[in-house]
Design a protein around this ligand. Structure first.
Ligand SMILES: Cc1cc2nc3c(=O)[nH]c(=O)nc-3n(C[C@H](O)[C@H](O)[C@H](O)COP(=O)(O)OP(=O)(O)OC[C@H]3O[C@@H](n4cnc5c(N)ncnc54)[C@H](O)[C@@H]3O)c2cc1C
Length: 360
């Protein structure tokens, strides 16, 4: 049977469970959902807008009965085709927009449809933000941030979802729900899914027996060059449930559905300064970033010469152009501090470090 027909059959199975106007099979609509921010295109057999955990469960069951894969989609800003499919595209509706800040603002609980900048706007009054800061934060949603383990200019590795997650609520493909912040849910999961617990324990002990592999995993996940499953969960945690929730981070929707997360918030000091600092060579720029890291600068982003060339005609770039050779890059820096006095002090320290390494 072709996928288009299977999509129609899946929609028929979901009638009465999902509102009819949330089941889309007409070609114009499915075509509209055939792209994300990547250059790939797949036309979904069915687009379903989901708003509750029961609906997610129903979609997974119906699609499985028609042998169609399910792909979740939050805002669809993925750059590598994570949010497209020729099977069932399960799009998050507005039913997942819970946002609750804890009393001391140390934590925020978010539904997967909350846009990152909305969460940060709510936290701004408390001088806090969530750790992950992708440049797409005005559009991308929490479900996508967790599943891609998105990062950004300030967050690096230290403040990504893996490291700032306090609790995760998820649904597995068989409908099992796990809420890692609820002891009763953890206990029920361990009781009803001993197969998963045992599987995780076996995987973890296999990995840990191999010291070379453990060292490689630790090294790779310390730096920002890993995508996909957070394999470090197998060496960082001893409780299989903690391994599972952390493996969900970066799993791109392949291990289960994320229906809620609680983040530990991070400081967002109100006083900030930014600068674009040119360097003679890429090597010098790298030394500059290292020096800035040592004096506590919150963000430094490398800009290669071609990136600078693309904006060279803009008035803001006029003072920089005479300093740039055909290959010289720049580093975009942000410093933040609790008050103007410490901001001034930090700027002076950063400038001294930059002069020391020979910034232009
Ligand atoms: C201009 C631009 C700038 C960007 N800058 C950055 C950046 O600085 N850093 C960075 O890391 N990325 C960046 N990205 C990539 C992308 O925006 C981020 O990864 C973003 O977090 C994805 O969120 P989304 O809501 O668009 O998710 P989607 O693209 O809709 O989905 C992402 C993945 O999550 C899965 N998913 C979504 N919701 C759920 C759920 N509830 N449960 C399970 N799985 C789910 C999807 O199946 C998919 O695999 C950028 C993209 C653009 C277009």
């Amino acid at each position: 049977m072709n996928k288009k027909q299977s999509g129609l059959n899946t929609a028929a199975r979901l009638k009465g469970i999902i509102p009819e106007n949330h089941l889309k099979t007409d070609p114009l609509y499915t075509y509209a959902y055939s792209g994300d921010a990547s250059y790939f295109r797949l036309i979904p057999a069915l687009v379903v807008i989901v708003n509750t955990e029961d609906e997610v469960r129903a979609v997974i069951t119906a699609a499985r009965n028609e042998r169609l894969p399910v792909t979740f989609r939050a805002a669809g800003t993925s750059l590598c085709g994570q949010a497209i499919t020729d099977g069932v595209l399960c799009v998050l509706g507005d039913g997942w927009r819970r946002m609750e800040i804890s009393e001391n603002s140390e934590k925020i609980t978010l539904g997967p449809s909350v846009i990152v900048s909305e969460a940060n706007s709510a936290l701004r009054a408390h001088d806090k933000k969530i750790g992950p800061d992708p440049a797409s934060q005005n559009a991308c949603k929490i479900g996508g941030v967790v599943s891609n383990n998105s990062s950004g200019m300030c967050c690096g590795v230290a403040q990504n979802t893996y490291h700032t997650m306090d609790r995760l609520r998820l649904i597995l493909s068989d409908g099992t729900v796990l809420d890692s912040g609820d002891p009763a849910s953890r206990e029920a999961f361990a009781r009803t899914r001993p197969d998963i617990i045992a599987g995780l324990e076996t995987m973890a002990s296999e990995v840990r027996r191999d010291n070379e592999l453990v060292d490689l995993i630790r090294k790779k996940y310390e730096i920002k060059n890993t995508v996909g499953y957070s394999l470090n969960a197998l060496v960082d945690f001893t409780d299989p449930i903690d391994m599972l929730t952390h493996l969900m981070v970066g799993s791109e929707g392949t291990l289960g559905f994320i229906s809620e997360i609680t983040y530990n918030t991070v400081p967002d000091h109100p006083h900030k300064a930014m600068a674009l600092v040119p360097f003679a060579t890429n090597h010098k720029a790298a030394e500059g970033v290292q020096a800035l890291h040592e004096v506590g600068v919150s963000a430094a982003e490398f800009m290669e010469r071609k990136a600078l060339a693309s904006v060279e005609h803009l008035p803001a770039m006029v003072p920089f152009v005479p300093m740039l050779s055909a290959t010289s890059p720049a580093v975009l820096i942000e410093i933040m501090a609790e008050n103007p006095k410490s901001l001034d002090k930090d700027i002076k320290t950063a400038c001294a470090a930059l002069i020391e390494v020979g910034a232009l």
